[in-house]
Write a protein that binds this ligand. Structure first.
Ligand SMILES: [Zn+2]
Length: 336
């Protein structure tokens, strides 16, 4: 039995298992899914499967599998945004010199295993010149070299890159499976496990991070407070918030998307309350605020806000200016 670490994504692992058995794994995959949905886990699984020395890869137990799991394998290289050597701040793009380095390393082939695997984490951050430079390697990688491109914002990638990769899309894992994994494998108390599973939006990685680190839930609470504050405020304060979020988005687009996704889940909850389906509310720990909001807004207003949030997320995904996208959103939120 192959030992995939990725859980709840059988549509991917079983397809990969078949390709592996036929020796027909693609040279380049585009792994698509929201933040913390398992993209890196899947990439490491594929790297293990390519290098595993046992009959049913990835076995998880052989020397190759273990070195990859521990992040020590010389043939598994992660390419992502790096800090600027001068300012120490994280750069916003994957630069062309990083792709040139990748090409030089690729030409040498694997050192210690069967396959050299490059994991390009945050592929939407490839600078256009870097993306262009990568095309040749994507089309015809040297023998025994694989490329795995990870993205939570597929729209930010040029079509020329997308068309050269085989696409794997992570789906939301169902709540029960997440709650069970948290409780059984990570000893989270059953009540906390089911709350985290509901809040995770089907992302096991998020649920695990929130179970380990209380700051995840604290930050979520702050963002919920900001939402309430914005609804109570006039335009001046709203544009201030927009500016704060936009400056964060210029460093971390996925984080900004995350904020909007959280707000969207609140308006969806509100709609559920309005439609008489309180059992479908996700943010159960925020129920009293939701009840208060439900007293203030009609179902029609809640639906309009939810649609506007979706549109803003799509604009950010399509690389619109974060400030503009967020200003439009702030203007469209109902006023007290
Ligand atoms: Zn193995």
């Amino acid at each position: 039995m192959p030992m995939w670490t990725l859980l709840g994504q059988e549509h991917i692992t079983s397809a990969l298992g078949k390709s592996l058995a036929l020796g027909q794994l693609a040279h380049a995959y585009l792994i698509v899914g929201p933040p913390q949905s398992g993209k890196s886990t899947l990439a490491r699984d594929i790297a293990r499967a390519l290098n595993c020395t046992e009959p049913d890869p990835p076995c998880g137990g052989c020397h190759q599998c273990q070195r990859i799991a521990r992040g020590l394998h010389a043939d598994v290289q992660v390419v992502t945004v790096t800090p600027d050597p001068d300012t120490k701040r994280l750069r916003t793009v994957i630069a062309i010199d990083q792709v040139r380095e990748l090409e030089q390393r690729a030409a040498l082939g694997p050192y210690e295993g069967k396959s050299l695997v490059f994991i390009i984490d945050g592929a939407e951050k490839l600078h256009p010149t870097a993306a262009n430079a990568l095309l040749k390697t994507l089309e015809e990688p040297p023998p025994r070299v694989s490329l795995l491109l990870l993205t939570s914002q597929e729209g930010g990638l040029p079509p020329t890159i997308r068309s050269r990769c085989q696409r794997l899309e992570l789906r939301p894992v169902n709540q029960e499976a997440i709650a069970q994994t948290l409780a059984q494998r990570h000893s989270v108390a059953p009540e906390d496990a089911s709350l985290l599973a509901r809040l995770s939006g089907g992302r096991l990685g998020w649920a695990l991070a929130a179970a380990r680190d209380p700051r995840v839930l604290e930050e979520r609470q702050q963002l919920l407070d900001t939402l309430l504050e914005v609804l109570e405020s006039g335009l001046e304060r709203r544009f201030q918030v927009s500016q704060e979020l936009a400056s964060r988005a210029s460093r971390d687009r996925a984080g900004a998307q995350e904020t909007l996704a959280l707000w969207l889940s609140c308006w969806r909850d509100l709609l559920m309350l309005k439609e008489g389906a309180p059992g479908l509310v996700a943010n159960t720990d925020w129920r009293s605020s939701l009840d208060a909001l439900a007293g203030r807004y009609s179902a029609q207003e809640a639906r309009a806000v939810a649609l506007e949030l979706l549109a803003s997320m799509a604009r950010l995904d399509a690389n619109a200016s974060p400030r503009l996208a967020l200003d439009v959103l702030m203007l469209s939120l109902p006023r007290a």
